[in-house]
Design a protein around this ligand. Structure first.
Ligand SMILES: Cc1cc2nc3c(=O)[nH]c(=O)nc-3n(C[C@H](O)[C@H](O)[C@H](O)COP(=O)(O)OP(=O)(O)OC[C@H]3O[C@@H](n4cnc5c(N)ncnc54)[C@H](O)[C@@H]3O)c2cc1C
Length: 531
């Protein structure tokens, strides 16, 4: 098959908000009263008319960059540079909203294929310019905030033009995609072939294939389809030392799996220019439903039973008492009373009808035996309808002065309860009274699970400082308890101070050695990931 491009491209996000600007809205009716009561409302208009620091790239450097990719693909205007400044964490949004655009790139360069990416890297090495690979810009860990001191400038290497489905191998059930394809664009191209990737992180609408690989992303259907790193079979990477192709067989004993050095490398080792992924047929049936549990501990034990029995549905998640009480799983119903009792679990099944039916029956038998009560399809369907909406709600809450942010970790089942307790306590202690800490189990494995926390608290006069202190306390607590600093958000700059606690000084030294080999002059994402 010849390569194809998406028929419809995803819109650009607003520079200081999440998602499609056309979908931005205020607080849902049910939520406004609750917000007023719990947090108070202090309207915080964002500063949208701000001036950027002038581009610091010398004219002759810009001229030579234009010669590499064409003048149409080098941008120095304020609007484009602003759209490529930082990611979409709450600290990123708070900084943008306060008019702080100090991290803006000097230029945005948009190569069209692997060769142009390689040529941009060669240009960057020659002139010692820092390069930040930019996918969807949905990083929540400071992965797009590179150090610029000591460099002749900093450019955002925007992969937005690289959006082709390059090929499908139907016999092996793999597809090769370019890195700039956003989630819906990749799914639309694959759907035209009767295929799906099945990777649905909450940032699905704007994050890219290259970004998923570079951050080891995990989607909401990871129980059925697997984490993104588990889907990748081959990679093509442009590095300052040349092209690197990895992945020639479904499995190999040819030394350590070097694909794993690229997966999660966050633009510090090279630019991913092609990703070959395992694909599946578009499911003939999708079925979602809700279950209620008397408490979080009983529900998580049931999840463990399912995972260890090899009986996972495609989607499996469980909200704790606080999150279930708030109806966060479907934002339209926020503030409405839960007649059904404590904790809400969502189960989803995708595949051929008979497989869906058989798996559902087997899972339901376990859940009933462990004390769960099925509350039907409506709860599941409501979750599906609202599953990409929460980031819009965060914007609406920031608008009225409520600080909202999420953080996540993973741990073994034997430590699940302890990690849950220490992280919650650290957040509560740091942020004080009037703080809501919500949690759900978002991904499960045979040996453990991830815990995803959402925090809402009055922002006060210094919301950014308030959050950074709370995040540090939570990060200390999770690493002291032996949990990972991140299950799927990656390291970026925000988690870097905790990385060697997890991988050891030796691990840090290995990362530095790889960086020194692949990027000897250090132009790629300086300051990101590598301790
Ligand atoms: C509201 C919201 C919800 C989210 N939900 C989830 C979730 O459910 N699951 C999840 O896993 N994550 C989630 N995230 C985090 C984020 O979406 C993921 O980390 C995502 O994989 C990043 O993809 P991106 O294309 O936006 O990458 P970017 O943000 O553009 O980049 C991320 C990092 O990867 C590097 N990079 C990007 N593209 C390439 C490339 N082609 N080659 C080399 N390096 C590259 C960048 O330099 C940067 O360091 C969420 C974020 C937000 C804001």
């Amino acid at each position: 098959m010849s390569s194809t491009r998406p028929a419809h491209e995803q819109p650009e996000m607003h520079p200081s908000r999440w998602g499609d600007p056309a979908r931005a809205g205020g607080l849902p009716d049910g939520a406004r009263g609750l917000v007023e009561m719990v947090f108070g409302v202090h309207e915080r208009p964002a500063l949208d008319a701000v001036t950027l620091p002038a581009s610091g790239l010398a004219d002759d450097l810009l001229e030579s960059l234009r010669a590499v990719v064409g003048a149409d693909h080098v941008h120095t205007d304020d609007a484009t540079r602003r759209l490529r400044t930082r990611g979409k964490s709450t600290p990123d949004l708070l900084r943008q909203r306060s008019g702080d655009l100090d991290d803006a790139p000097d230029a945005v360069v948009r190569p069209g294929d692997h060769e142009e990416v390689a040529a941009v890297l060669a240009w960057a090495v020659q002139h010692h310019v820092a390069v930040v690979p930019f996918g969807g810009g949905t990083s929540v860990t400071g992965g797009l905030v590179a150090r610029r001191e000591g460099y002749a400038g900093l450019v955002s290497l925007d992969l937005v033009r690289m959006k082709r489905l390059l090929g499908v191998d139907r016999t092996s059930m793999t597809a090769t995609l370019e890195p700039g394809l956003r989630g819906p664009e990749a799914e639309a191209l694959l759907a035209a072939e009767g295929l799906t990737l099945g990777h649905y992180p909450q940032s699905f609408e704007h994050a890219t294939i290259g970004g998923f690989a570079a951050t080891r992303s995990s989607g909401q259907a990871s129980a059925g389809y697997g984490r993104f790193d588990a889907l990748v079979v081959a990679l093509r990477v442009a590095t300052p030392r040349g092209e690197w192709r990895l992945g020639t067989a479904p499995a190999t004993a040819a030394g350590p799996d070097l694909r794993q050095l690229v997966l999660g490398s966050e633009g510090a080792f090279g630019v991913i220019t092609e990703v070959t992924v395992r694909v599946r047929p578009v499911p003939a049936e999708r079925r979602y439903e809700g279950w209620r549990w008397p408490d979080f501990a009983t529900g998580t034990e049931a999840m463990r039973t399912l995972a260890q029995a090899g009986l996972l549905p495609t989607v499996l998640r469980l909200s704790d008492e606080a999150e279930s009480g708030l109806n966060l799983a479907h934002p339209d119903a926020i503030g409405q009373e839960n007649a059904d009792g404590a904790c809400l679990m969502i189960t989803g099944y995708e595949g051929e009808p008979e497989v869906v039916e058989a798996r559902r029956a087997a899972v339901a038998a376990v859940l009933e035996a462990r004390g769960g009560r099925c509350v039907g399809a409506e709860a599941g369907e409501a979750w599906v309808r609202g599953r990409f909406d929460a980031p819009y709600l965060r914007d609406a809450l920031l608008d009225v002065g409520v600080l909202v942010e999420t953080l996540e970790t993973a741990t073994f089942w034997s430590r699940r309860e302890a990690v849950y307790d220490v992280v919650r306590s650290a957040l509560q202690a740091s942020l004080g009274e009037g703080t809501l800490v919500l949690c759900h189990v978002s991904h499960v494995y045979e040996t453990g699970c991830s815990l995803y926390f959402t925090v809402a608290t009055p922002g006060g006069d210094h919301p950014l400082e308030r959050w950074l202190a709370a995040k540090a306390a939570a990060s200390d607590a999770m690493t002291a308890a032996g949990a990972t600093i991140t299950h799927h958000h990656a390291v970026g700059t925000d988690h870097k101070p905790w990385l060697t606690r997890e991988i050891g000084e030796l691990g840090g030294s290995v990362l530095r050695a790889v960086k020194a080999d692949l990027d000897p002059t250090g132009v790629l994402n300086p300051g990101v990931l590598v301790p």
